[in-house]
Design a protein. Structure first.
Length: 216
């Protein structure tokens, strides 16, 4: 195998690693024996509900959040979409403005573009405007691995009355995450980045939510 192919393999494994055997072993009983709907009232729901409660506490610990602040979603893209659209729609502004950076994951960029009023910043730029209701910047880039100063960026966004969302899909399990230390309002993680199953992501919301100073 050439050096280029080896490097490509390493990069792809970082973004899409295989499922850790320990994760597969832990999941197996809930795919074969205890597969009841955890929200049902019958006895087959008891074991899945206990497992879901334990998983929620574990993920909350990873993110520095409270268990009740988590929303489990089917994928990282869906988690980002929920966080971004939810924050913008909650602003109730007729023409909400969103700021993000050019190197974001397509799940963020395309969602932001669908929200119409959008400023895409170069990776070395900075710019906020008075009508901004949301800023979204990823913690670790999924292609380059570049780390952003999230706490500083969140503080800048809050100084202009905007909420701050961070896509931490590639940061989870590699660097410490803490929604309150970072000062973010919304944080999304994707389990695939930690060699877990490929069907779960979560969004943490600061609780109580920050009150943005949206102009009226």
């Amino acid at each position: 195998m050439s050096r280029t192919h080896r490097r490509t393999g390493v990069l792809r494994r970082q973004c899409h690693p295989s499922v850790d055997p320990r994760v597969a072993e832990a999941m197996a009983p809930y795919l074969t024996m205890w597969f009841g709907n955890p929200w049902s009232g019958h006895r087959y729901a008891e074991r899945p509900r206990q497992a879901l409660t334990a998983a929620r506490a574990q993920v909350a610990g990873l993110m520095g959040a409270r268990a009740q602040e988590l929303v489990f979603i089917a994928s990282g893209s869906e988690a980002n979409l929920l966080a971004l659209r939810g924050a913008v729609l909650a602003s109730e502004r007729p023409h909400p403005h969103v700021v993000t950076q050019a190197t974001e994951h397509p799940a963020v960029l395309e969602t932001c573009r669908a929200l119409r009023r959008l400023t895409v910043l170069p990776v070395d730029g900075d710019g906020l405007v008075d009508e901004t209701v949301l800023v979204s910047v990823m913690a670790a880039n999924n292609e380059t691995g570049a780390l952003q100063p999230i706490s500083d960026l969140a503080a800048l966004a809050h100084a202009r009355g905007a909420l701050f969302h961070c896509d931490a899909a590639q940061a989870a399990g590699k660097i410490p995450l803490d929604v309150r230390t970072w000062g973010v309002d919304l944080l999304t993680v994707w389990c695939i980045g930690t060699s877990s199953a490929r069907t779960c992501a979560s969004t943490a919301r600061c609780d109580p939510p920050r009150t943005p100073r949206w102009p009226r």
